[in-house]
Ligand binder design. Structure first.
Ligand code: NDP
Ligand code: 8X3
Length: 250
């Protein structure tokens, strides 16, 4: 009997790479995304091992209805990968678009909550399962222009840890994966389609790849049952955390 992973945001980047890796390992993969044509293409590629779920994670009713009532065996979700998310803009807070802020809160925080709430009762009833979050180093270290994106990922980190507390006494696992610089469509989305600006982010670096993250998801979900990986922070070797900034001449 194949295991089932439900991936939010399977149309690109980390989610797409994870869908391919888990399918290659014999898992059944259900994947969400707004770009239905990309889900269709993945369905063509992976065949019956893939269940396309076109929806917007910001739509509470659609997420609750769809993810809470998957057909047949698909409803026994072994792993939920809460991956769908975005950074929008890199302006200082006083110049940011409120629409961008709303979209980040609604997707990165609220969409993740809707998906979690939809699958959690089944996992608790079966006394097994794993919820893996795509947090970020942005939840650990602030940077200029990160404002609401950093805040949303700090939420994800703390929510993951608090979820562990609620689930103590069950065999339901929770992990927050916290990548640093990684190349996907992330920066194209952040810069609202400006591919040149996005390319500049990675120029001269060796960023994390979606495959690296897929392998991390696979690793954290294949530990012995008595183990829970709480958090995994990953940076490429060309990046490191740094301390508080100082502005001289003030
Ligand atoms: P991509 O932009 O390549 O992929 C984002 C995915 O999220 C797409 O499948 C997209 O699908 C989906 N998504 C976004 N908004 C929505 C929405 N409203 N409803 C449904 N799906 C949505 O980026 P990454 O793969 O890099 O990002 C995946 C996660 O990893 C995000 O949470 C991101 O914050 C996080 N992350 C990324 C890092 C990076 O540097 N790349 C580093 C650390 C964390 P569609 O557009 O089809 O709806
Ligand atoms: C993505 C990494 O540093 O661009 O979450 O915020 S960063």
């Amino acid at each position: 009997m194949p295991k089932h992973i439900l991936i939010t945001g399977a149309t690109s980047g980390f989610g797409l790479a994870t869908a391919r890796l888990f399918a290659a390992e014999g898992w059944h993969v259900a994947g969400t995304g707004r770009r239905a044509e990309r889900l269709d293409a993945l369905h063509q590629e992976l065949g019956d091992a893939f269940l396309p779920l076109p929806l917007d994670m910001r739509d509470r009713e659609a997420v609750t209805e769809t993810l809470g009532n998957l057909p047949g065996e698909w409803n026994d979700v072994d792993v939920l990968l809460n991956n769908a998310g975005a950074a929008l803009g890199l302006e200082p807070a006083q110049e940011c678009s409120l629409d961008d802020w709303d979209a980040m809160v609604d997707t990165n925080i609220k969409g993740l909550l809707y998906a979690t709430r939809a699958v959690l009762p089944g996992m608790v009833a079966r006394n097994r399962g794993h919820i893996v979050m795509l947090g970020s180093v942005a939840g650990n270290y602030p940077y200029a222009g990160g404002n609401v994106y950093c805040g949303s990922k700090a939420f994800v980190k703390q929510f993951s840890l608090a979820l562990r507390a609620d689930l103590l006494g069950t065999n339901v696992h929770v992990t927050n994966i916290e990548p640093g610089l990684a190349e996907s469509e992330f920066s194209i989305v952040r810069f609202h389609g400006d591919t040149q600006k996005a390319a500049n982010v990675y120029e001269g670096t060796s960023p994390i790849t979606p495959q690296d993250i897929a392998e991390t998801v696979f690793w954290v979900t294949h530990r012995p049952t008595h183990i829970n990986i709480n958090r995994v922070e990953i940076m490429p070797i060309c990046q490191c955390p740094s301390g508080p900034l100082v502005k001289k001449g003030m």
